[in-house]
Design a protein around this ligand. Structure first.
Ligand code: GLC
Length: 818
């Protein structure tokens, strides 16, 4: 037999050993400075440093090509501060000193170190190298007592030391386990906390596959990218809050959502028809369980064609929307990126004719299978495609729909690689790149196109977008839910550190499917998960096809009663919650916080993954095991007041909390002020003004010299953009202890918006403190207060002092005498 050359095919000679040549930049040959930008010429590569301000610099490695300083869409157009940089050119180092950071470049190998203002070393990159296949890797010092946070949506505990992760947006139906390295979202921000609590952040702005390895080396961690450029931002602290707020200055913050978007949401895969949706809405109202939104999952569509309704299941969307409007219930429909290949379907036809779908280099459209069968995928990197897609949403907005749920936007494809072919070429507004280089941006760009489309169509109303996939900066356009978890107690527990790290990674508006998506929930799991979930920023109950029903009434009256109470609590706490959303929009700080953010010096909280803070003042300790009526709770420094019993506990200790099924342990920081509103069935439910008092709960106010507490509450109409035109109010409450009693004052610092209400109430939670009198206020009884009079009384059961006053423009103050 004759052999062809195939006989010597390389595949036949066993594994090939490739001697990988790893390159390094070599020694510094020359450098120049242009304002805030430094160009360093090494023997084999260039480094470019850009100082954005005195705390943040960008460092980009070029081993080929001409240095360009454009960024991905994650980074906001940069307003570079004028930074005065003192340069010291020493024999072995080039030092750039911003006053807050000193960057030392080692001339012999272009490694670098960062010192803080006091000259203390805070970071060191030892080695940066790359191989001919395009992988770049840098190694950083990892001292023994240091911890890691951030990295967005990852499984496992809060502290990421000892973990290794990949960023590659992936549709992971199962399993969500600590060993899973990549989930739906990629936020390549790592926060490194050193002993004593001082932090810096490194953001790698590369939307291809990237790796963060805090496991494989002792004493070092590494950050790698598989394609594209090594382009990092070093973000100085020293507080973790500084890092989060500077990172979000770079990649953006949430825009204040409409209040209905932070209510309770009910979803299922799927509510199958119009009748079922309306029944569901009526049941919520009949049962007086508050709810703002019902989601329409994929069955609402005509054979899963986006921008359609199934004519049999949903014959009359207008009629359905009209009745829902009466009930104060909103609809958020799912919109996936896959457009069914069907020449009869106008969206597909238009997409092909106008060239909106992703293509291979050779010009063929990329097709992949998703719910509708063979589908094409819009190229959201192209501005005109993004505009086209956004405009298609008039289909929904003309029905009064103001929120859209983006799913499967990793993009997920039912094939071996689970996504789009890597050699698809994205147009990228004239700078074509492969899908391999841009993969992690797909979901965020879809949400951007959606948000901007809605924004063009909804006039002065704030829209809402929910997304599964995303990249750094996604927070500007969408809230994020954590994908297909299961009704496992372990997944309930996993959601805490996952959403906490998302909050530290710039995504404060996030939450899991409450009750669990796949598998079957149980009465206890649903109770415990809802108790916890009402204190997560995003609060939606969602479950999969063929699983146990998990609407709040699915497990009988006892469970229903508990869920009604907790969901109601979220609505009563809406003013407090909304204030925290406003703070997140202004500062980037998370709504739901790990204790380490507020207590960085406390070694008990570096990896505390089963408790969290709502803002600064409320400690939530969910029960995440079946049949557990007790759990241990760690209280950090200060005094903490049991929300249920009023008992005071000194902090700095572990306590055993009693938690029968109807009670989730909650503690309020002594000195805190919690704003509570009326119980509504939906965020914008109109109430009689007299019922709509705003109550400030004052915890732990002391009639002692030196005691001081203050708080401030932001309010606006909760639905329009008028606040951007200056229509909002900012109400300040001040409490000061005196020997003779407690001085309480409030005033409006801004009041260009006035909530409809007549009264303010103040509740002093301080059992045993019974005032002799309150100057300027009459002592009355509960009934007289309920009738709308100004005055105060002591509630018999709790011993709390309740004051009711007119809500006056000018503010007022009182002396509450012992
Ligand atoms: C995906 C989503 C899930 C949704 C389902 C059907 O699995 O993650 O939330 O219900 O698709 O659309």
């Amino acid at each position: 037999m004759l052999d062809t050359s195939e006989a010597i095919h390389p595949n036949k000679s066993g594994p090939v050993v490739i001697q990988e040549a790893w390159n390094t930049p070599g020694a510094l040959k020359s450098w120049r400075q242009e304002g805030e930008v430094f160009y360093l010429e090494g023997e084999r590569a260039r480094l470019v440093l850009v100082f954005l301000n005195e705390h943040t610099f960008r460092l980009k490695l070029y081993h080929s090509g001409v240095p360009g300083l454009s960024t991905t869409p994650a980074v906001l157009p940069q307003i570079t501060d004028k930074v005065s940089i003192i340069v010291r050119n020493q024999e072995d180092q080039l030092i750039m000193d911003t006053g807050s950071l000193q960057v030392h470049i080692v001339k012999s190998d272009l490694s670098w170190m960062v010192d803080d203002r006091e000259g203390k070393r805070i970071a060191r990159q030892n080695l940066i190298s790359w191989n001919p296949r395009g992988l770049s890797n840098a190694v950083y010092d990892m001292p023994a007592q240091s911890h890691f946070y951030g990295l967005g949506e990852k499984a496992s505990f809060l502290d990421k030391r000892g973990e290794r992760y990949t960023n590659w947006n992936t549709d992971v139906f199962a399993p969500h386990m600590p060993e899973i390295e990549a989930l739906y979202e990629s936020i390549p921000l790592l926060i490194h906390m050193q002993e004593g609590g001082s932090c810096y952040g490194i953001f790698l702005d590369n939307p291809g596959r990237t790796d963060f390895d805090m496991r494989s080396h002792s004493g070092a961690y590494s950050i790698a990218c598989h394609t594209g450029e090594y382009d990092i931002y070093f973000i100085g602290g020293p507080d973790m809050k500084d890092v989060v707020s500077r990172y979000t200055a770079l990649t953006g913050r949430i825009s204040l959502p409409p209040k209905w978007a932070i209510g309770y949401h009910q979803s299922r895969y799927s509510y199958m028809n119009q009748h079922e949706v309306l029944e569901l809405a009526r049941t919520f109202r009949e049962k007086q369980i508050p709810c703002d939104v019902i989601y329409l999952d994929i069955h609402y569509m005509n054979e899963y064609r986006v921008f359609t309704f199934d004519p049999v299941r949903f014959p009359d969307p207008e009629g359905m929307m009209a009745e829902l409007k009466e009930l104060g219930m909103r609809i958020v429909p799912i919109v996936d990126p896959g457009v069914k290949k069907d020449p009869q379907y106008p969206v597909y036809r238009e997409g092909v004719q106008q060239g909106h779908f992703c293509r291979k280099l050779e010009g063929d459209i990329f097709y992949g299978e998703v719910w509708p069968g063979i589908s094409a995928f819009p190229d959201f990197t192209e501005p005109n495609t993004a505009k086209w897609w956004g405009d298609l949403h008039t289909f929904y907005t003309k029905l009064g729909i103001r929120g859209i749920w983006n799913d499967m936007n990793e993009p997920a494809v039912f094939n071996e690689s689970k996504t789009m072919d890597l050699d698809v070429i994205h147009g990228n507004d004239g700078q074509p790149k492969t899908h391999e280089e841009m993969h992690n941006l797909y979901g965020m760009l879809m949400s951007k196109a959606t948000f901007e489309g809605l924004r063009r169509q909804t006039g002065n109303e704030r829209p809402f977008v929910l997304t599964r996939a995303g990249y750094a900066g996604v927070q500007r356009y969408a809230a994020v839910w954590t994908g297909d978890n299961r009704s496992f107690w372990e997944h309930m527990a996993l959601a805490i550190p996952m959403v906490l790290n998302m909050g530290l990674s710039g995504i404060p508006f996030a939450g899991p499917d409450i009750g669990g998506f796949a598998h079957h929930t149980s009465a206890q799991l649903l109770v415990r998960w809802t108790q916890m979930g009402v204190f997560f920023p995003y609060c939606r109950n969602h479950s999969a096809l063929d699983t146990m029903r998990q609407e709040p009434w699915s497990f009988g009256e006892e469970v229903e009663g508990i869920l009604r109470f907790y969901i109601g609590l979220r609505y009563r706490w809406m003013p407090h919650l909304y204030n925290l959303f406003h703070e997140a929009a202004e500062t980037g700080l998370p709504i739901m916080r790990p204790l380490i953010l507020e207590y960085p010096a406390d070694r008990h909280v570096t990896n505390l993954s089963d408790q969290f803070l709502l803002g600064r003042d409320v400690l939530i300790a969910p029960v995440y095991r079946p049949d557990s009526e007790y759990r241990s709770v760690y209280l950090p420094e200060g005094i903490w007041i049991d929300y249920w019993t009023g008992e005071e506990h000194p902090g700095g200790q572990h306590i055993l909390a009693c938690a029968p099924l109807e009670r989730m342990p909650m503690y309020i920081r002594s000195g805190a002020v919690i704003a509570e509103g009326a119980l509504r069935q939906y965020a914008e439910e109109p109430l009689l003004p007299v019922k709509d008092a705003l109550t400030f709960h004052l915890y732990g106010a002391k009639a002692e010299n030196g005691f001081q507490a203050d708080a401030s509450l932001y309010e606006d109409d909760g639905v329009s953009y008028n606040h951007e035109q200056g229509q909002y109010s900012q109400l300040a409450v001040r409490i000061a202890g005196r020997e003779e009693g407690i001085e309480l004052a409030y005033d409006y610092q801004v009041r260009t918006y006035a909530a409809e209400r007549n009264h303010l109430r103040f509740v002093l939670h301080q059992p045993g403190f019974e005032p002799s009198r309150i100057e300027g206020l009459e002592r009355l009884n509960a009934k007289q207060l309920a009738a709308g009079r100004e005055g105060w009384y002591v509630e018999a059961e709790s011993g709390s002092v309740i004051m009711q006053v007119q809500d006056g423009m000018e503010g007022a103050s009182w002396l509450i005498l012992r």
